[in-house]
Design a protein around this ligand. Structure first.
Ligand code: DGY
Length: 318
């Protein structure tokens, strides 16, 4: 039977079918599979079922010429060199669709939390400052109205559209920019620079790729309103983090809600982590148990199809 490496214990049902079709080796931890162990454990494996934390680059593919298929439990595949995999005839699968609503909820949660300074206020209460300072004033913890404001969505794919549906409930005007044409009721398509200049809230929902790396750079951040809020649940590499920290610390931007960073886990001394106007979460946009079970099932079904010499139901190779 072909050998398959699974880089983490997975939830869901479908994973339990795999041992009937392959010699399955699951990394049991503790923690995430280190890169050096991934290289070793992959020896002789034809299949790899991985997470977005596993880096599958050209060098790894070069040292494992026997690898035939990769199923990632993620919709994003920027951790995999898909071009190099395709050139070697390796099928790559992902898990689109099932995390759309969950991730849009996370975008909105960060948007509201950043707008209304929820984390800062929570720390204030828990730190005893409310009681000690007996503080309350008309300007006390004032934030920014969401209802009736303008939301700019960068990337009007499935998650972007789900964010737009939530925005409609808040009576927001919705602008969007997308690399290809889109026609979504209630959403006005605009140029990216115009979106940044006209929005009170900007939600990043575009995939990370060569064309979107550093898309929101210092110049583009400079176009945003001084009291605007930026939310990113897509990928860290889309926003220039140094420029973002500069803008946030010099009152050129009101706040940010960030679920993703260029380097994850984000280092403790990252400049964005010292700013009170940043609300952050550890890449948990799709983290509900129900969604994670669906993602794991999709990844396992991709792997099962590949093991049966069939096309993966969700294959990203061009
Ligand atoms: C993905 O699947 O790419 C998401 O980032 C997970 O939250």
């Amino acid at each position: 039977m072909p050998k398959v490496l699974v880089t983490h214990q997975l939830p869901g049902e479908q994973i339990h079918q795999l041992p009937d079709h392959c010699d399955m080796n699951v990394w049991m931890g503790p923690g995430l599979l280190p890169a050096a162990s991934l290289r070793d454990e992959l020896t002789d494996c034809e299949g790899l079922l991985c997470l977005l934390t596993d880096r599958i680059d050209k060098a790894l593919l070069d040292t494992h010429p026997q690898l035939r298929f990769i199923a990632s439990m993620s919709v994003g595949v920027d951790h995999i060199d898909v071009k190099a995999a395709t050139a070697r005839g390796i099928a790559v699968g992902n898990t689109p669709g099932v995390l759309v609503e969950t991730t849009a909820d996370a975008s909105f949660a960060l948007l509201l939390a950043a707008a209304r300074r929820l984390v800062e206020a929570d720390h204030f209460v828990r730190g005893g400052h409310w009681r000690v300072e007996n503080a309350w004033s008309p300007e006390f913890f004032t934030g920014k109205d969401v209802a009736g404001s303008t939301l700019g969505i960068v990337g009007l794919g499935e998650v972007g559209q789900a964010v737009a549906r939530r925005a409609a409930g808040f009576g927001m005007k919705v602008l969007a920019w997308n690399r290809s044409a889109r026609n979504v009721p209630g959403v006005e398509m605009v140029e990216l620079d115009d979106l940044l200049a006209d929005s009170d809230f900007v939600s990043i929902n575009v995939a990370l790729g060569e064309e979107t790396r550093n898309l929101i750079d210092a110049r583009r951040l400079g176009l945003m309103k001084r009291d605007a809020v930026l939310v990113n649940t897509a990928r860290g590499g889309i926003v220039d983090e140094v420029a973002l920290a500069e803008a946030l610390s010099h009152d050129r931007l009101a706040a940010a809600g960030l679920d993703v960073f260029e380097r994850e886990p984000v280092p403790d001394d990252h400049p964005l982590l010292s700013l009170p106007n940043v609300v952050t979460t550890p890449h948990i946009g799709s983290a509900t148990l129900a969604t994670r079970e669906k993602m794991a099932d999709m990844a396992a079904l991709n792997m099962l199809a590949a093991l049966g010499n069939e096309k993966m139901p969700n294959c990203v190779n061009p």
